[in-house]
Design a binder for this molecule. Structure first.
Ligand code: ZN
Length: 284
């Protein structure tokens, strides 16, 4: 699935897709509550009110750069808090190559935040060691985000993710630390969207008068546009994440900006009473 923003192409590379079983992340999104939002069907929920979600990367191809935004769970990882994410063996890298982006063509990896499902393919297992998957890329981590996770050594699940998917990149000298409002290239910049995690960054793409926002996990699902206070169980600061959703979607409502989430496909934000809804954009 591919969207065009001026001279920039954004391509979704799927790692995993799911329908339903999302109570662990969005407990308030019951079937009844979802069925009350008919605009979610069929793109974002099925007829039974089960949420459609995916774990994916977004390749941002500008005339000069190939930027991989978020890197999924990764293969062969262990010690994950969600048991089914252990020992994965998906054809993610084959899908990436089939889309025209073999790993050695990626020049930049950008993680919106450093959660387990956004850093996994930073590394791959090679002869028992975690090595950078994208050897020719600079990896961009938010400075605030990196410092936060580096300092947390109490939770074995968090520690496992940092040690096998983040630390090897820094040790290999491939990491650069970025701050809100940094420009990555002519068309691409980042901005601060805290709440889901302390240093969460979203990505803004502008080209030839067109715009897109890659919103990472500001929302896990468009149902949170209708219910801004439905924080995910993984939001580190639910009050802040609610405020960030309100601010971002208020800013984007009614604009032609294409919004693509870390776990849902692209659309336009529309105002609906006190909150918002989402209209999918059919990729060109
Ligand atoms: Zn996520």
């Amino acid at each position: 699935m591919r969207w065009k923003i001026g001279d920039v192409r954004v391509t979704k590379i799927v790692e995993l897709e799911s329908v339903g079983r999302t109570k662990f992340v969005l407990p308030q999104a019951t079937k009844e509550a979802i069925l009350a939002l008919p605009w979610l069907m069929p793109d974002f929920a099925d007829a039974e009110g089960r949420l459609k979600m995916s774990i994916h990367s977004l390749v941002v191809e500008t005339p000069a750069r190939k930027i991989l935004v978020d890197t999924g769970i990764g293969n062969d990882k262990e010690g994950r808090g969600i048991p089914t994410w252990n020992g994965l063996a998906t054809p993610y890298l084959d899908r990436l190559a089939a889309a025209g982006y073999a790993p050695n063509t990626i020049d930049t990896v950008l993680c919106t935040h450093l959660h387990v499902d956004h850093v996994g393919w930073n590394t791959r297992l090679s002869r028992g060691a975690w090595v950078p998957t994208f050897e020719r890329a600079r990896y961009l981590f938010g400075r605030v985000e990196y410092d936060y996770w580096k300092g947390r050594r109490d939770d074995p699940y968090e520690t496992a993710v940092f040690d096998d998917s983040v630390k090897p990149i820094v040790d290999a000298g491939l990491a650069d630390f970025i701050r809100p409002d940094d420009r990555i290239c002519e068309e691409v910049s980042v901005f601060s969207t805290p709440g889901h995690s302390p240093g969460h960054l979203s990505v803004r793409i502008r080209s030839r008068g067109e715009e897109a926002v890659l919103s990472g996990d500001v929302a896990h699902h468009p149902c949170q546009m209708a219910h801004l206070d439905w924080a995910s169980t993984f939001d580190s600061d639910p009050a802040q994440s609610t405020e960030t959703r309100r601010a971002l979607f208020s800013d984007l409502a009614g604009k032609p900006t294409i919004v693509i989430g870390g776990h849902f496909v692209g659309g336009h934000v529309l105002r609906e009473g006190e909150a918002f809804r989402f209209k999918p954009v059919v990729p060109r």
